[in-house]
Design a protein around this ligand. Structure first.
Ligand code: DGY
Length: 318
């Protein structure tokens, strides 16, 4: 059973994989080219990619040996599922294990954006801090403000829990259907079946929808115009959800007070129009980046590979 792991994984997971299978690791940890990925389809039984690999139809057409694509990560919009399915290739992901870490980063961005922490740090490091004064870098309080979650699955709910129980925010959400009664009662969460209605009532909008064609540019110029003046946009989901030219225009005009982004449409490129703006916090896709979570993601992917090899039901088939 030949397995290709496209990026370096935490040591403990690599050791566990190597003990079970004939594994090729990407020692240089540079992204593989589309040609390398296509060639791998004919040389390995299992491909273990990450969000930094584009497993498109061209790659999938590259060979007939791979039977399982075991993704290291929960999002799978970088994998052409239809092309995989057409060739009978199973696809798995790593849901659940990165919920808390990603919600933590959403709160990090909410706090950094509303309290202007990035601006402050840049000013201080540039030697431009002239000392405490009542009007210096004044941000916004969170208590009593409305957090509007676009998407209310595991990560959206975990973010809402932190914002409500930890910071006294009111919770509203947009999704395909109302959440469970117990969650709604715990958070006092208000369901908005209409996106613009959620956007119009939220002081902070946090995105928790999956990527892919169905959600591309869902936060476009019209949606941004529907947001409350002075609101904040937070994105820890996928960069493709947002029209960044429209976002930059709203941040420049002051329609939005700020934004906090962890994800971008064509990573590692960051939309150039954002880089010069003070009122946006830009993180390099750190949502799941803590040691415990990255190990748990690896062991979750490994469990899927093991189940596949044993012919058992795949724990996380997508
Ligand atoms: C995922 O798992 O989809 C993340 O974006 C990578 O941390």
């Amino acid at each position: 059973m030949r397995v290709l792991v496209t990026r370096r994984w935490p040591e403990a997971v690599e050791a566990a994989l190597a003990a079970r299978f004939d594994v090729t690791f990407n020692d240089g940890d540079k992204p593989l080219s589309q040609d390398d990925l296509a060639a791998a389809m004919g040389a390995y039984d299992v491909l273990c990619p990450t969000v930094s690999d584009r497993i498109d139809a061209g790659v999938i057409a590259g060979g007939d040996r791979v039977r399982l694509i075991a993704n290291y990560g929960v999002g799978f919009d970088h994998i052409d599922l239809a092309a995989a399915r057409a060739k009978g290739i199973a696809v798995t992901n790593t849901p659940g294990v990165l919920t808390d870490a990603t919600a933590d980063i959403a709160l990090t961005l909410i706090l950094m954006a509303t309290r202007r922490a990035g601006e402050g740090e840049r000013e201080l490091r540039a030697g431009q801090w002239s000392g405490w004064r009542p009007t210096h870098l004044v941000g916004q309080a969170l208590k009593g403000k409305v957090l509007g979650c676009v998407g209310f699955g595991r990560i959206g709910i975990a973010t809402a829990r932190r914002a409500h129980h930890g910071f006294g925010m009111k919770i509203a959400y947009y999704g395909r259907r109302p959440c469970e009664d117990a969650v709604a009662a715990e958070l006092g969460a208000t369901f908005h079946p209409d996106l613009n209605s959620l956007l119009a009532t939220s002081d902070v909008v946090s995105l928790h929808a999956p990527g892919g064609a169905g959600t591309a540019n869902m936060i476009d110029a019209g949606a941004i115009a529907a947001m409350k003046p002075g609101a904040y946009l937070i994105n820890t989901a996928r960069g493709t959800l947002v029209d960044h030219a429209a976002l930059a225009a709203a941040l420049r005009s002051g329609h939005l007070a700020g934004a906090g982004l962890d994800v971008y449409p064509a990573e590692p490129q960051v939309p150039a129009e954002l880089l010069g703006l003070e009122n946006v916090v830009l993180l390099p896709h750190l949502g799941s980046a803590n040691r415990e979570t990255r190990e748990a993601m690896g062991f979750c992917a490994l469990a899927n590979v093991e189940a596949f090899v044993e012919g058992a039901d795949l724990p996380n088939a997508v």
